[in-house]
Design a protein around this ligand. Structure first.
Ligand SMILES: Cc1ncc(COP(=O)(O)O)c(C=O)c1O
Length: 381
């Protein structure tokens, strides 16, 4: 069927019809009482989802803009910053800090492995950093990092903990205040089930002290400007009004299901995909102990061209997977199971992958991956 497609990339992700419908409402002025009331409702729910008493800023820019907001407001030229890098997005976060003049010390893990907490402890004991940068969910490798553990280590220092939660929040649990996250940035187009265009950023009291002394230039990304507007139940600049409508519908869905159930659903989908992958004779890049609940990186066997398989998946059945990034280009497939994703999406993705591999002569027993995923689902009924 020409038009039917199954988008399984780690963002943008499918948008539920309810959210699409909410976004088609007539425009309202962003300085109206109606918009101020909407903003207030969104604030309350985002705070609950983030696990923070502090405001969560809703910014009209992509996730990278949210992360740049974190850096621009806390990093001054010459600051020493510790970047915990577990893949492509960890590198990007470090590069934003470099762009603002930081001297970055990288603690890098091999791609597919998580942050090494012992190494972080050693580095923090050795010197004082202004900020520590961490990625909650490394989308390029399908690795989830232990933010609570990192937070405990950073809490013993003067450093601020800045976290990239772009592909985790809405699909994985976060407790910003309890885990000691000073700034958390995430975006709309992944587990939040919205189109791209919004970033959500929380800021701790500890971070505000730094924000006020910070010497980096900032305008659109100025947190003091955003704070001043939010105190007036407003946004600093014209917001993406339609996405705000959609956000309310998406949050309705998350809170109707219940955040804890949403997180369990993502964990289950991840388990089913990994089980299916192994039943097909393939490997996942990340070990089970740190595998992401929102996206799985599947290692392509040497005997098949990974990107040809992706093309077949898309052309024959409309199934869209992501490829590898950086050094993993052509070596992995990334199958997302985040946001508006359920058990049948996993069966579709796995079934299609089995067929694509079979057609290319890879020795896969048709149905084995599907059976493994189905078993995972049936066991928890
Ligand atoms: C972990 C992570 N960080 C940052 C980004 C960048 O976000 P955006 O593309 O919304 O700027 C992404 C996007 O894929 C991501 O997955």
């Amino acid at each position: 069927m020409q038009d039917k497609s199954y988008l399984m990339i780690p963002g943008p992700t499918p948008v539920p019809p309810r959210v699409m419908a909410a976004m088609s409402r007539p425009m309202t002025g962003h300085r109206s009482e109606e918009f101020a009331a909407l903003l207030e409702r969104l604030e309350e729910r985002l705070g609950t989802l983030f696990g923070t008493e502090n405001p969560v800023f809703i910014l009209t820019n992509s996730g990278t803009g949210g992360l740049e907001t974190a850096i621009a407001n806390t990093v001054s030229p010459g600051d020493r910053v510790l970047a915990l890098v577990t893949g492509n997005f960890g590198e990007r976060f470090a590069n934003i800090a470099r762009a603002y003049g930081a001297t970055v010390v990288e603690a890098a893990s091999p791609w597919g492995e998580p942050v090494d907490l012992a190494e972080v402890g050693r580095l923090l004991a050795r010197e004082d950093f202004k900020c520590v940068l961490a990625t909650h969910n490394e989308t390029s490798t399908g690795v989830a990092n232990d933010i609570a553990g990192i937070g405990r280590l950073v809490a013993g220092s003067d450093a601020l903990l800045l976290v990239d939660g772009v592909s985790s929040i809405g699909g994985m649990e976060i407790r910003v205040d309890e885990w000691g996250v000073d700034i958390l940035g995430t975006a709309s187009q992944k587990a939040f089930m919205l189109p791209p265009g919004l970033a959500f950023v929380s800021v701790s009291e500890k971070a505000w002290a730094r924000v006020e002394q910070n010497r980096s230039p900032r305008f659109y990304f100025s947190l003091p400007a955003h704070r001043k507007s939010l105190l007036n139940r407003n946004t600093a600049y014209t917001p993406a009004v339609s996405l705000f409508y959609g956000l309310e519908a998406a949050l309705d869905m998350i809170f109707t299901e219940g955040p804890a159930n949403v997180y369990q659903r993502h964990i289950l989908l991840g388990r089913a995909v990994r089980s299916a992958v192994r039943a097909m004779g393939l490997a996942t890049l990340a070990g089970d102990a740190w595998a992401s609940p929102t996206v799985t990186a599947i290692c392509a066997p040497d005997s098949v061209a990974a990107d040809d398989i992706r093309q077949d998946l898309r052309n024959l059945w409309g199934v869209v997977l992501a490829g590898g990034q950086g050094g993993l280009k052509g070596k992995i497939w990334r199958m997302a199971h985040m946001g508006f994703a359920g058990q049948m999406d996993v069966l579709t993705g796995i079934g299609a992958l089995e067929m694509a591999l079979y057609r290319k002569g890879y020795p896969v027993s048709l149905g084995r991956g599907l059976a493994a995923a189905e078993k995972v689902f049936l066991e928890v009924e």
